[in-house]
Design a protein around this ligand. Structure first.
Ligand SMILES: NC(=O)c1ccc[n+]([C@@H]2O[C@H](COP(=O)([O-])OP(=O)(O)OC[C@H]3O[C@@H](n4cnc5c(N)ncnc54)[C@H](O)[C@@H]3O)[C@@H](O)[C@H]2O)c1
Ligand SMILES: [Zn+2]
Length: 363
């Protein structure tokens, strides 16, 4: 087992981090324990969770981004109230990023805040959503509009949980790992490029080991950035690479019958924003081509047909903006991000058309 420290909490990584979970809970400081799950984490992960003699209460909600909203939060608060959760209760978020975001938000606001821990069970939540202290829900069609900065008391990463994850969800998480390499660590980017093709072909045991290595590398990158700027006043914005355009695409897709997964939208966002990086931030054309061809070959992004002007209008609503300018994190080169860039609307539209043409050419 490996552990990574942040200023507020520890992250334990490895299939044996159950031991630390038991220790954490058996300190006896909690009056009651609640576990938040959806139908999938209940089926695949809950039974494997051992927390000693405690009898936790289970709160189950429906899976999916479309339930990451205030109605589901009310349901969680209601369950906590009905079962007399008090200021000394603990909420365990056992699932992907939807539940770690929403459970963290529900816990941080219930009775002015109760303790919560995250046990992320998707690749995306293990490398990204469960760490860093951003909690939240979607509101009036926009991603993460309501939320808090609130830190878990601990995070337990158990790679074996990923064995039941769908291929689509696996690659959605892989998109955020690619982002970590692109914004902060060229060597890690190269490692991902060489590891990935063979990763999925390996047998379970070997795969777990390779995966544990790259998961902890990704967490280290994110953690280092968050440590320097926990409340996103400056360099933490580097983590938003691919997310200005990606969030608009994700929000637009959520209104259709074929919603994209978060990482799928971010993959498209990274392609468009690599194009913008070439135009506005000095990224070389060789590196732009390298990034885009790897993302297309590994993540196989879906063609989109949303109205490009509507996407730009949605970007104007983004929390990341200052005044009326759309704010971007772009790449100067692979491994070096630059925050607070602005680009003209024409260029933003051009970047989305560039993506549309690139996937057409690849099919
Ligand atoms: N707070 C942050 O810093 C941050 C960072 C990145 C993403 N996010 C958020 O994370 C969310 C996306 O998270 P996600 O990709 O984990 O999606 P998700 O939470 O919707 O999980 C994906 C699917 O996998 C299922 N699942 C979970 N664990 C499983 C397992 N072990 N086996 C089989 N199925 C399992 C879930 O039920 C769900 O259907 C988005 O809402 C995004 O905004 C937050
Ligand atoms: Zn993301």
């Amino acid at each position: 087992m490996k552990s990574i420290s942040t200023t507020q909490y520890k992250i334990f990584i490895g299939n044996d981090s159950f031991v630390e979970l038991k220790n954490f809970i058996s300190e006896g400081k909690y009056s009651s324990i609640f576990i938040l799950v959806d139908e999938n984490s209940k089926k695949h992960c809950l039974k494997k969770l051992s927390i000693g003699n405690y009898k936790p209460s289970i709160i189950q909600i429906k899976s999916g981004e479309k339930y990451k909203n205030i109605n589901t939060c009310q349901k969680i608060w209601l369950e906590l109230s009905k079962q007399n959760a008090d200021r000394k209760s603990l909420l365990i978020n056992l699932d992907g990023g939807v539940i770690t975001d929403m459970g963290g938000f529900a816990a941080s606001t219930y009775k002015r805040g109760i303790d919560f821990i995250n046990i992320p069970t998707t690749l995306l939540s293990q490398v990204d959503a469960s760490i860093g202290g951003k909690t939240g829900i979607d509101f009036i069609g926009y991603k993460n509009q309501i939320g808090t900065f609130a830190f878990p008391k601990a995070v337990f990463i158990i790679p074996a949980f990923l064995n039941t994850l769908s291929k689509r969800d696996f690659f959605s998480g892989f998109a955020e790992m690619i982002k970590h390499g692109l914004i902060a660590d060229k060597k890690y980017w190269q490692k991902l490029k060489t590891t990935t093709p063979s990763l999925l072909l390996k047998e379970k045991g070997v795969r777990d080991e390779v995966l544990s290595g790259i998961i902890s590398h990704s967490i280290e990158i994110k953690n280092e950035i968050v440590l320097k700027d926990p409340y996103e006043n400056g360099f933490r914005k580097a983590l938003n690479f691919g997310h200005t355009i990606g969030h608009a695409i994700e929000s637009a897709s959520l209104k259709t019958k074929k919603p994209l997964l978060h990482g799928e939208a971010i993959a498209i966002g990274m392609i468009c924003e690599s194009y913008l990086s070439r135009k506005c931030c000095g990224l070389s054309s060789n590196e732009m081509d390298e990034i885009i061809s790897f993302i297309i070959s590994i993540l196989n992004p879906t063609p989109i047909n949303y109205k490009v002007k509507n996407l730009v209008a949605m970007m104007k609503q983004d929390k990341k903006n200052r005044e009326s300018e759309i704010n971007f994190t772009l790449l100067r080169s692979i491994g070096k991000a630059e925050i607070n860039n602005s680009c003209s609307e024409e260029l933003i539209e051009e970047s989305i058309h560039y993506f549309i043409e690139s996937v057409k050419a690849d099919k």
